[in-house]
Each structure stands twice: as C-alpha cells, then as structure tokens.
Design a protein around this ligand. Structure first.
Ligand code: NAD
Length: 458
C-alpha cells in the first residue's frame, strides 16, 4: 500500500472495504462517516469561511498553485489509488490534469463590473459550498468543484462517491497540507450523508455531478436550504456524420470520443448517426479499432481500456447490449464480457443496424459500447439527435466546415463539438441543457457560479 493510501485508509475493523476495479481485491478501507460527522464538518467550514474570504484573491490563488505543485509531486501515488479504485489506465494522468486545472483556475481574472455611471457589480463569497461527485473521474471532478469554490472565498464540504472515496480522500489530504483548518473537509459517507449534505441549512450552494435521477432529488432537497445549484447530470450525446465525410480522417477521434475512460465519461459520444453513403465504411473502421484496442489492468500503461468500475454499471452495459441483440441489431464486434481479464471487463462493442427506440440508443450506456445508426436525411438525423430528454454534448463530423457549423447550430446541447468530441478546457464554460442539468462550470462563468452578486451604487 503506498504512503498516501495508508494515510487515508481506515482500519479494516471499522472501515468499509474498497476493491480494485480490475482484480476485485481489497485495496484499502473507507472511513464510515455519519450525518453527525457531516454536521461537524459544516460547523468547521462555516467557522473557517470569513478568514478564508478575507485572505483575498491573490493569496488564495497562491495557495491553490502550491497545492497544484504538491498534486503534481504526488501524481504517481495518487494515480495508483485512482487506477485501483476507478480502473482507468494511468491514473497519474488524471492527477496531473487536476493539478493543471487548479493552477488555471487560480489564474482566471474576475473583476467587479462597472454598469452605467454609478453602479458596480461585485462577486462575493456565498459561504459553505457542498460538493457531491461521481466515480468516473473522482479526482478531476472534485477539483472542478473545489477550485472555483475556494478561489471565490467559499469553504467546502465534499462527499465523494461511495465507489471511489479513497482517491478523493487522498486528494483532500494533499489540499489540507496547505490550507487552514475547515476550508476543505471530506466526509466519506453513503447516499444518506449525500442527502443530508444537500438539504443542510448551513449550505449555501450545491455543486453536483452525477446521474439525472439523483439530480432531481437534489433539486427537491434544496427546497429546504434554498441552496443555489450547479447540476452536471447524465448525457446521451449524439454524433452526426455528414455525407462526404473522410472516414479514415475522423475514425480515431470518433472512436476515442466514445471509448475514452472505457466509455465512462459524462460527455462521451453515446449514439452515432452516420449517413447511408459512408455507413458501412464507418462501421468497419470503428469495429477494427474496437477489436484491436488493448484492454486490461490500468496499472499496465500499454493498455488503453480498463474495466467497468462497478457491478451495477456492468449489469447496465450487459443489459443494453443483450436487449439490442434480441431486437435483431448486429453486434459487429464485442457484445460479451471479457471474463478472462476479470469480472468487470466488457469487450469494446460496436452495434450496427440499430434504431432509436432500442434501449442502447435511448438510454445512457456509460460503458464501452457504441450504437451506430444509419440515416439518409440530415434533417431527420438532427431531429433524432435532439429527440432525447438529455442535452449535455453533441458533435458533427464532416469535411465541409460550413455545413457542419450549420448542423451544430441546430443541435440541443450545452456543447457541440465539430470533428471532435468530449474535450474540455479550464477556460471554456461547460454545462448541460434539458435534463443534463443547469449552471456552468469552468472559466469566468464557473467563478461567477460560486459567488453571490452584490451591487454597490454611489
Ligand atoms: P449517482 O447520481 O448515482 O451518484 C453521484 C453522487 O450522488 C454519489 O456521491 C452519491 O452518493 C450521491 N447521492 C446519491 N443519492 C443522493 C441523494 N439523494 N442526495 C444527495 N446525494 C446523493 O451518479 P454516479 O453513478 O456516481 O455517476 C454516473 C453518472 O454521472 C452518469 O449519469 C454520468 O453521465 C454522470 N456524470 C455527469 C457529468 C457531467 O459533468 N455532466 C460528469 C461525470 C458523470
């Protein structure tokens, strides 16, 4: 067990066992904390907040950069914990990415705005922010929540996913080497603790990343504390491949837009609509990449794909593929567990000759599976791409940039990528529409979302 993991792991007698996603061996124990621990964390966060706000932007940013350096220095150890818990290849990459994000957020400038002659709009801290996150990018998404909250002078209480608590506890351990007590506290608990955090009267803002179903519960909880919400919820991102697309030129980007992190990405490509004229060529190109992508332990850096993180997600993936097969869809490659690699590995799967109405098209698979749907009329493809309750991301693929941009304008999504899918940037606002949530993260808009506005008129 590495030193960072030992520092955060609880005793076997009191903690909850956490398994390696690939081998299903116990790698450590998560502390089991309760609503009483949560109350104490919120008292500490409230007490710490005024002094933290009083430090000012420059000093808070300085501390954030120090923490980023420390995360970089510990990226191998933190990355091992991420790979154990989450299964991804090269968890250190996620750790370095989080450090980069923290540094970039420390550098964003948000000045008060002058309006007319005598008014100024200021952005002031909200108080205590609650962060509730998922298991697919536990450390990166924690930093997406923490960085803007701290930067704007708030303190924060974070409840990690019960599937990946140790990597978040390790991250917070690094933060707390540099921060005053109470500025960031992790409470490792279950859904009950999450629900108590979301409705806690001491919380001014909730930033939540997770499923649409839980997002709806958080909206209900927030009736209690009137907390402001940023909700980054599920996605079922569509891609549209236009007629005349050079398949060879885009196939790699398309494949990884769908299969990055073994498909466990909120804004992964989850349904691909391909024009009839290039359909067979595209299905073959994607299937070739799926069949040859190296899959296995995330600790072996020559692999590109890992396991599905947990058994219930594995069951969702299996169910959606089995349903498609029973409906007569063509499983071009994959379509079954890769049991020889471990219990939660599922072969990268390309499904062709499948239509809207099949569960694998209509529901979020969140795993290594891509349904490829044939279309002949672009208007019809746009209508089908928009015909879902979710609207996180979407993409358009084609050789004609103007035609692609025109289709992009018609897609209902928080982000539409052209000839790429899923890239995010600390300076570029990101958020969903429809049932994928509301509120923006990243960039200046992300800082504003962690602040109250105050107008001063002279
Ligand atoms: P989830 O909704 O099951 O759980 C997320 C978190 O909510 C966990 O920490 C859980 O303990 C907590 N929780 C559960 N019930 C709660 C309640 N009633 N009140 C408060 N907290 C509660 O999601 P998951 O399975 O961990 O993550 C996968 C989902 O997250 C997918 O749908 C994916 O698309 C989505 N996601 C979205 C984004 C985005 O930026 N939009 C990013 C990553 C993941």
């Amino acid at each position: 067990m590495n030193a960072l993991l030992s520092a955060v792991s609880a005793d076997a007698g009191t903690g909850r066992p956490i398994l390696d996603a690939a081998t299903r061996e116990v790698i450590g124990h998560a502390p089991v904390q309760t609503v009483a621990d949560l109350d104490a964390a919120i008292v500490a966060a409230s007490a710490a907040q005024p002094a933290w706000a009083a430090l000012g932007h420059a000093e808070r940013s300085r501390l954030m950069r120090l923490i980023a350096d420390d995360i970089d220095a510990q990226a191998e150890e933190l990355g091992q914990i991420i790979t154990h818990e989450q299964g991804k290849v090269a968890g250190a990459g996620e750790a370095h990415g989080a450090a980069h994000w923290l540094r970039d957020t420390a550098d964003i400038v948000l000045e008060p705005q002058r309006i007319g002659d005598g008014a100024e709009l200021h952005y002031v801290p909200l108080g205590v922010v609650a962060s509730i996150g998922p298991w697919n990018f536990p450390v990166m998404i924690a930093v997406w929540h923490i960085a803007p909250a701290l930067r704007m002078g708030n303190t924060l209480v974070i409840k990690p996913s019960e599937n990946t608590p140790l990597s978040v506890l390790a991250l917070i351990e690094i933060f707390n080497r540099h921060l005053p007590e109470g500025v960031v506290t992790a409470v490792s608990g279950d859904r009950e603790v999450g629900a108590a955090l979301a409705s806690h009267p001491g919380v001014a803002k909730i930033v939540f990343t997770g499923s649409t179903a839980t997002g709806r519960r958080i909206v209900e909880s927030s009736a209690n504390n009137l907390a402001r919400l940023t909700l980054e919820l599920g996605g079922n991102d569509a891609g549209i491949v236009l007629p005349g697309t050079d398949v060879d030129a885009v196939a790699d980007k398309l494949f990884w837009g769908a299969f990055m992190n073994t498909g466990q990405v909120c804004a992964a490509l989850k349904r691909l609509y391909v024009h009839d004229s290039v359909y067979d060529e595209m299905v073959a190109a994607l299937a070739e990449r799926a069949a040859s992508a190296p899959m296995g332990s995330g600790h072996d850096k020559s692999n590109r794909l890992g396991p599905v993180q947990n058994p219930s997600q594995f069951d969702i993936v299996s169910r959606l593929v089995d349903d498609a097969r029973e409906r007569g869809a063509r499983i071009v490659t994959g379509g079954e567990p890769a049991a020889e690699l471990g219990p939660l590995f599922y072969r990268p799967t390309i499904i062709a000759d499948v239509e809207d109405g099949a569960a694998v098209v209509d529901e979020e698979q969140f795993g290594p599976v891509l349904p490829v749907i044939r279309y002949s009329d672009v208007d019809d493809a746009v209508r089908r791409a928009n015909g879902t309750e979710q609207g996180l991301g979407a993409s358009v693929w084609g050789a004609d940039a103007d035609a692609a941009a025109q289709v992009a304008e018609r897609l209902q999504a928080g982000t539409v990528w052209i000839n790429q899918h899923g890239g995010v940037d600390p300076q570029v606002p990101f958020g969903g529409t429809k049932a994928s949530g509301y509120g923006l993260e990243f960039g200046v808009e992300g800082l504003k979302a962690m602040a109250a506005t105050k107008v001063i008129r002279r």
